[in-house]
Design a protein around this ligand. Structure first.
Ligand code: UDP
Length: 331
């Protein structure tokens, strides 16, 4: 049985991958510092409350031989990275580099890394493919792109093969388990809209309605976390089968505007809430949609869930007692 080390496995996407791997019969070891993850998503089995740094990992490695790493641990808020770039560079590059050295020293030859569409910055095209220009406009996106490149060198130099998965807008909640999005300082559109519907915030602020889109608000490609989770497992299998180091876009291939998301939530919840238009948020492209044909061709990955599934699963999650208790514990 192969043993997979999941860094950041108690978080929003990582926890789904942990369960997906367990269901496939992998032995899963989870490391998470619980700065944004929740132990109740994954349980205490083979869980270590550690930072993903070298000393802590050395401690765990005394008892396990890892076949691969699935890597989620990171600081993820692009806006925050422009206020505190140093913290992002330290966490997403220096500390990651230490983990990579750990992988090299322990002969771990396969890595699946959570990257981001933020590597593209403001794309020249609405539908972006992996061969398009990468030019991040946030320090967060820069750290993801730089680390992809570092992984490429470690592949060439040390034979550590890796897949970097460029997520577009990760969204939705688990269909089978009581877990979903509950960030401590929420900045993402869909949970913000649900929080407004639940009266947990006064209103939704639309960041700009003068973009070149159908209704003036930004268009994004929302992809369900269970589809992302499945892509992680397919990527691992691809690497175990001898697949070479590569990057893949993961999205649904279709876009929805901020207004369309808000209307959809109002429609599903049957709740009306206040919406205001405010200034643009710096660094938002008008439209960003994934061309995921490479993942389809090479990983045999196909997104199975559409916006309706994303919104209905997220609504079920936001109404749950677990979500309410996490919000209380975060406040
Ligand atoms: N957005 C918004 N109001 C909010 C949060 C987000 O209008 O309170 C917009 C944001 O400008 C972007 C889209 O919603 O166009 C998705 O933003 P999110 O932060 O969820 O994901 P991103 O696309 O930045 O990764």
């Amino acid at each position: 049985m192969k043993t997979i080390l999941v860094l950041g496995g108690a978080g929003y996407i990582g926890s789904n991958v942990v369960w997906g791997l367990r269901e496939k019969g992998y032995n899963v070891v989870v490391v998470d510092d619980l700065s944004s993850g929740y132990i109740k998503f994954i349980g205490k089995e083979s869980f270590f409350k550690f930072h993903a740094n070298k000393d802590d990992l050395e401690h765990i490695a005394k008892n396990y031989k890892f076949d691969a790493i699935c890597w989620f641990s990171a600081l993820i808020e692009a806006g925050e990275s422009m206020k505190n770039p140093g913290i992002f560079l330290r966490s997403n590059l220096s500390e990651n580099f230490e983990v990579l050295e750990f992988a090299k020293n322990h002969d771990i030859k396969h890595i699946v890394f959570a990257s981001s569409a933020a590597v593209y910055g403001i794309p020249d095209k609405q539908v972006v493919s992996e061969t398009d220009k990468t030019d991040p406009i946030s320090v967060y996106g820069l750290t993801k792109l730089m680390f992809e490149k570092v992984l490429n060198f470690y592949s060439n130099i040390y034979g550590i093969s890796s897949v970097s998965l460029r997520f577009f807008n990760a969204s939705g909640a688990s269909f089978t388990r009581d877990m979903g999005e509950a960030h401590k300082n929420e900045s993402h559109l869909i949970p913000i809209v649900f929080n407004a519907a639940l009266g947990l915030r006064d209103c939704v602020k639309i960041f700009g309605n003068d973009y070149k889109t159908i209704d003036g608000t930004c268009i994004r490609d929302y992809v369900h976390i269970e589809d992302l989770s499945n892509a992680f497992i397919l990527s691992l299998e691809y690497l175990f089968d001898g697949g070479r180091t590569d990057v893949f876009n993961l999205g649904n291939g279709e876009g929805f505007s901020v207004k369309q998301i808000i209307d959809k939530v109002k429609d599903v919840t049957k709740i009306n809430f206040k919406v205001e238009v405010t200034d643009r948020r710096p660094g938002d492209p008008d439209i960003e949609i994934a061309d995921y044909s490479k993942a389809q061709k090479i990983l045999s990955w196909n997104p199975r869930y559409k916006l309706d599934d994303i919104i209905s699963s997220a609504w079920k999650w936001h109404k749950s007692d677990t979500y309410a208790s996490l919000v209380r514990s975060n406040s």
